[in-house]
Design a protein around this ligand. Sequence first.
Ligand SMILES: [Fe+2]
Ligand SMILES: [Fe+2]
Length: 185
Amino acid sequence: MTNQFVMTDTPTLRQRARQHIEAGAVTVGYGADREAVLTLLNGALATEIVCMLRYRRHHFMVRGIHSQAVAEEFLMHSNEEQGHADLLAERIVQLGGEPNFSPEGLLARSHAEYVEGVTLVDMIKENLVAERIAIDSYREVIQYLGNQDPTTQRLLESILAVEEEHADDLADLLFAMPPEQTAGH
Ligand SMILES: [Fe+2]
Ligand SMILES: [Fe+2]
């Protein structure tokens, strides 16, 4: 099967680029459903904010002999989730949308939950569950996008890779907990 590629001719490219220039990066050739993508990105943004907040809370709340390394890990993850939120907000604006940072309805927009947890093990487990939710939801959005919006797709792929690292770090932390801590709860 030969798949012959024929580039759009230059006059058409030039003429199309002059239409709706106020739309910035969103051109006539944008292949995805922009409104649908914006809704998905705002869902991802809410997820990142909730994860940033949960990790922050856990960073300050961990207690006990194993706390130091875990507290530092939680803070690092929290900062990385904030970084993801910023990247998503930036992409939303590039696509002509508005990033929703409203606390009103934040949890409902987020895929991940905000569970405070009591013990260190609770906290690690809750963060691991949230990462797994984020991983699955990003994977689905990446598949949905197909090749219709490669920039958003690449952005989500780069975020997904970090969430997978986070999940792996948390699984390691859980494994390193002494048995008396992993029992109970
Ligand atoms: Fe994240
Ligand atoms: Fe994460």
